[in-house]
Structures are given as C-alpha cells and as structure tokens.
Write a protein that binds this ligand. Structure first.
Ligand code: ZN
Length: 459
C-alpha cells in the first residue's frame, strides 16, 4: 500500500492523505488550507488525484481543515462515499454549508473590487449547492465498530477526544496474505477536560500517522484556565471595555460558555453580559444537545444548569451582531472565526482593536499568517477590511482551552502502544513543532519521519 501526503505536512491545515491499497484509492480527510494568503491559495491548486478515481473519503472530524475541501471534491465529480461518525456527519452538515456561504460572500466582495479594477469576476471555490450535494454522500457509522470500506480494506473509528464526533481512524488492509494495520490519529484532544471524553489509547499498529499541532508546547493546567478567564474578564470590566474572544464555533465555544458558567456560579464574574455572536455556534449547540452519547456525565449536568443562564445572550441575526458595536458598557463577545480569518469577529476587531479599554483573548490555535497570529505576535498595526487599524487593545492567550493534546499528551498517547509501531509519520504541525515531537519520539526508540506535501511512502 502507498500513502501520499496531500496536505497537513509541515503545516497545520489541509489534512488529506491519499491511501492506495487493495486496488482502491481512498482519502483520509479532505481539509481546507487556512492561514495567510499564500496558504489559502493552495485551496485552488489542482488535486493530486483525480476526484473521480476516489471511492471513499474517511472523515476523522468536522473541522474545516479536515473536511473543508469535500464540496470542491464533489464539484470535481467525486461520487463515492464519505464515511464519518454520527456526530461528525451532523456537524459536517452545518459546517460545510457555513463554509460554502463564506466562499460565496467573500467571492462576491472580491468581485466587486475586481469590477472596479476592470478585472473579470472569479468563481467561488464551491457553492452552497456543492455543499448540499456533498452531504448526500455522507454515511455515518458508530464508534468502535469495524466497517468494510472495500474488499481487503476495513476501518474503525475510535474516540479522539478532540471535538464532538472526532475520531482516530484504524485502517486494516489485507493484500495477499499480509494484513497491515495503519492508525491515523486525526486531531487528538486533551485528557481530563470537561464536556468531551478522553482520547482512546490504541494498543496495536504497524504504522502511525500522528498530529503535532502542539508538538513543541505544554498547556497550562486546566484548573488555571478558569482563573485566567476570570482575570481577563475582571480586568476588562475595570477598564470599562469589551472582552473579545475569537472562537471556533464547535467545541471551543461550548467549553468557554461552560467555563463562564463555573465562574458565574463561584461569584467571580463581574456584572457583564456574554454575547455569543455566532449563528454557527448556536446551531452547533443544537447538535451538541442531540449527541448526548458523546458527553461525559459532568458536562451533561452542567449544561442542564447553564441552559437558562440569563447572562448569556445569543445573537443570530446580522442586525443583532451590528448592534453590539453600539454597546458602551463592559461585555464579553464570543464570535468566529477562531483565527480571525473571516466571520463576525472581524467586525468587532475593526470596532475594537484600537481601543485600549478592550482585550482580545485567544483561546485556540492561530495558524501562521492568520490575522489572529499577527495580532498575537504583537503587531502595532494591522491591515484588515481594506484599512489600517492600530492595535491598542490588550492581547491575551489561554492555551489550555485548545482542543489539541500538548506535547506531553501526544507522547502519552504514543506510549499507549504495547508493541512499538514500525514507523511513525509526524503530520499536522508547523515544521518546528513536528521536529520537536520527532525528537521526543525518537528518544523512545521510534522510527519517525516528518514528510513533505506531495511525498509518497510505501508501507
Ligand atoms: Zn481539528
């Protein structure tokens, strides 16, 4: 069997592996590249395979950098099956439609500019129609159940503890008399965090593909993150400002609300409203309520109590979002996108970055070149929405809200294998993070390689 790295190699986004085995060609994930202009341009490059030649896509989870190019694949005549866990199938539904709408709106805006410059219009990467057709191809399966992909190929999704529905993929390939077991970690979550279960320990594999988003970093302890959140809220309140939290709509938003709930109950939260300004996050809340099978008990109990917390206000319509600009009292605004590359958070940044009373608080991974990363790295001025805006607001970060395992947890997961896997490929990380994890795993006696995009390996 052969595996080609079509994305997420020496970069965090664009997850996509082409597996050629038992006379078939299948994909593990088909994600979008996210970050700066150079990275996002990769989304328009031709696929490294003919979409028509692919029979299956096995989708590890609904995040855009794992699922976001599926509608483009369908637009280019992929007609096979997309297999995912039940919760991922539901989440992918709302996320891909949202992603398509963003493509349409962004292209419309760009075309207005292109018309002024006398240039021909561009077509969006894909449309809402493409996203709808994609969803018709999705088949859902249960966790921990082996399913047949094709003769000689079986798969099994195990809980990755990363976001609702997220999975580690075990792939069993029989060619001749030989059966090979390959494990794709997908994105791995943290241990002992609320809402979601812990990542599953896998004990056997011949080859492992492991993510390395935080391969070079350790998170602060989960206990500290609530006190940090409370501190940012109190400091912003004292200055009379707004606490702006760019947030991934799925999982991160629910965890932040959950943490605010704890702080409110402990009377450590100032008298300010929390606006959840993300229609996608509101829809995601509904999917969360539906998939109780994915929660731990503690989270279920907490959600029950939080559902009517009057301090949390949901903004669904664009008008409600715009009204937030006129509020001149301290408040919290949670809005997407998480890396400030699009979505309503950009409007709040436009209205709030220059105001020293405000705080921008990052709670998720910021890819290289994204507006979030530029702000986080201390830029004094940023260019956005066609204008230059000075950055006077305070900037903070709480790493442990991340949905990703840190370096210690990645190592813990790898140590779970009872027999050392023959080969380990380190993917889904910036080059330095992947290299750092490689160093740690090699100390454990594992044979590791950090591949390049476009590289093919024979297993
Ligand atoms: Zn993810």
């Amino acid at each position: 069997m052969k595996v080609t790295f079509c994305g997420a190699a020496k970069i965090v986004t664009g997850s996509c592996f082409l597996v050629e085995a038992a006379g078939r060609r299948i994909l593990v994930d088909c994600g979008m590249f996210q970050g700066g202009k150079e990275t996002t341009r990769l989304n328009f490059q031709p696929f490294r395979f003919g979409p028509k030649t692919i029979s299956h896509v096995l989708l590890t989870h609904a995040h855009n950098d794992h699922s976001g190019l599926l509608p483009r694949l369908v637009k280019e005549h992929f007609r096979g099956k997309i297999v995912a866990t039940r919760a991922t199938a539901d989440l992918a539904g709302i996320m891909l439609e949202d992603s398509a709408r963003i493509q349409e709106v962004d292209t419309e805006q760009e075309n207005r500019r292109r018309r002024r410059e006398g240039l021909p219009p561009r077509k969006p990467l894909y449309t809402t129609e493409d996203a709808e057709r994609t969803l018709e191809l999705v088949e859902s399966v249960d966790y921990d159940r082996r399913f047949v992909v094709a003769p000689g190929i079986e798969g099994c999704f195990r809980d990755a503890g990363h976001i609702l529905g997220s999975a580690i993929l075990e792939l069993f390939v029989s060619e001749g008399v030989k059966t090979t077991k390959v494990v794709f970690s997908g994105d791995l979550g943290q241990w002992d965090v609320p809402i979601i279960r812990d990542p599953t320990i896998i004990e056997e594999a011949d080859t492992v593909f492991i993510e390395s988003t935080y391969g070079d970093r350790l998170h602060e302890s989960p206990g500290d993150r609530e006190s940090e959140l409370a501190r940012h809220a109190k400091e912003t309140y004292t200055r009379g400002g707004k606490l702006l939290i760019p947030c991934f709509a799925v999982e991160r938003t629910q965890e932040i609300i959950y943490a605010f709930g704890n702080i409110i109950e402990r009377h450590e939260f100032p008298d300010m409203k929390i606006y959840l300004d993300s229609p996608l996050a509101i829809k995601a809340n509904e999917v969360f309520k539906k998939h109780r099978e994915c929660f731990d008990e503690e989270a279920l109990e907490r959600f029950r109590r939080l559902q009517d917390a009057a301090q949390v206000v949901y903004c669904e319509r664009a008008e409600d979002s715009m009204k937030l600009n006129d509020i001149d009292e301290p408040c919290v605004i949670i809005a997407g996108s998480g890396m400030c590359t699009g979505g309503r958070i950009r409007h709040h940044l436009k209205h709030g970055l220059w105001d020293a009373r405000n705080t921008i608080l990052f709670v998720g991974y910021q890819a290289q070149g994204s507006l979030g990363r530029i702000i986080l790295e201390g830029a004094k001025e940023v260019k956005m929405m066609g204008m230059a805006i000075v950055v006077k607001a305070g900037v903070g970060q709480i790493g442990s809200f991340s949905a990703h395992a840190d370096a210690g947890e990645l190592l813990k997961w790898m140590k779970g294998f009872r027999r050392k896997p023959g080969r380990v490929f380190i993917v889904h990380g910036e080059e330095s993070a992947s290299a750092a994890l490689k160093g740690k795993l090699e100390k454990e006696g594992l044979a590791c390689h950090v591949p390049d995009i476009g590289e093919t390996v024979e297993l």
